[in-house]
Design a protein around this ligand. Sequence first.
Ligand SMILES: [Zn+2]
Length: 262
Amino acid sequence: MIPGFAARLGRQALRLAQPLVRPRSHGLRILAYHLVSGGTDSAVDLDIGSFARQMDLVARLTVPVTLSAGTERLRVGEPNLMVAVTFDDAFANFREVAWPICLERQIPVTLYVPVGFVLGEQPSPLEGAALPALSLEDIRSMQETGLLEVGSHTWTHPDLRSTSLDLKHEIVDAASLLRSELGSSVSSFCYPRARRSADAESMVRSCHRFAVVGGGAIASPRTPHHRLQRLSLRRDHSLSVRTLNSAIVLEEALANQVRQLR
Ligand SMILES: [Zn+2]
């Protein structure tokens, strides 16, 4: 684990170096959100004004897509910068706050659902925040708009590097349940807290067409479909035009390395 001081120094240096990263006018930028105005102290709980401004930017400057559509369009040479907005954890808060903002701007969303949480078997995946989950019925009604895509976020939202897990239950069974309840279009997977192991990765590949990981790079046609990097949005990280189209967000790349070590 990198000590706090070194990490702060590293972040500062990366912030200064970020303008040197070349901007990209094409490719697929994948944004990762959790909560908007959820009433928690969490760093991933954004205020509604910031989120609405970020979605304005996405609608104005990019082609908004679902994760699967964006990845397919990369292959056929989409000339513009695409953005896939993704939301993790399936909190009821998503439908109340963020979804209407996205709908109004016709921005599709890929929602990563932890099965045990929406079935009422598991507590909130966000530690210290006892938030309610969406129900399967809520998710179905959002799917009817044609703007919501569902992806798997395991069954119990564990650290997939743990050796004592039932990986089949977390990865294969979770995908099967989601497909039987919410349709066969469930094609992508999101690692809880972006932590993964080689075993988990090979199982994910066996039953999903796409997977998202940490990192902060814009995906290109050469990016492997099971290593699509996301940029995680936090309170202290406002989304600017520069961040949106930087080929890689250095600070996020560092955060991802630290996440794998912890
Ligand atoms: Zn999660």
